[in-house]
Write a protein that binds this ligand. Structure first.
Ligand SMILES: [Cu+2]
Length: 174
């Protein structure tokens, strides 16, 4: 971490020096440029602190039988800041309705599932969407999910950001 910070700092210094050396203008102008650079650096570091990154890994969708009306997609989601998955959607050429589901087990042991409006993502913690757990459910499939194809799933997060994930259709988890 320290090493990386040091490296970033030296890159910033090089950038400022480059501006100074390439500037053939008057002293007053180069002063202006330097102060601009300082302001930009401050803004940039504020953005870095506030901007969360959300990483989606190991996404896959299960191939669906010809007569199936629903399909499921799975993935691992890690957000650098606390957030929540509040929605998922696919193009209507794939499925007419898409929801985030959780698998439930009733008192009698029977399995079911229900929509979950907000799936919490704790900062730095990998949240798994996997068979038997959370999943993205594509309903009213327009056509079967065929191995070798990919489905673009748009994830919406509580923070307001969205992410499009290219999800390969597979027989089983990668
Ligand atoms: Cu489901």
């Amino acid at each position: 971490m320290m090493k990386r910070n040091m490296k970033l700092k030296s890159i910033a210094v090089v950038a400022v020096l480059t501006i100074a050396f390439t500037s053939c203008s008057s002293d007053s102008e180069s002063t202006t440029e330097e102060s601009d650079a300082t302001v930009e650096t401050e803004v940039a570091s504020t953005e870095v602190a506030a901007e969360a990154t959300i990483t989606v890994e190991d996404a896959w969708a299960r191939t669906s039988p010809m007569d199936a009306t629903v399909g499921a997609a799975y993935m691992n989601i890690t957000s650098s800041a606390d957030d929540a998955l509040v929605g998922a959607s696919v193009d209507t050429s794939v499925a007419m309705m898409t929801q985030v589901h959780e698998t439930t087990t009733a008192a009698d042991g029977s399995m079911g599932m229900q929509e979950i409006k907000s799936l919490p993502l704790l900062a730095g913690v990998k949240t798994e969407l996997k068979p038997g757990g959370y999943h993205v459910m594509m309903m009213k499939l327009v056509k079967p999910l065929v191995v070798g194809e990919t489905v673009s799933i748009t994830l919406t997060f509580e923070s307001g950001s969205t992410q499009i994930v290219e999800v390969p259709v597979l027989e089983e988890a990668p």
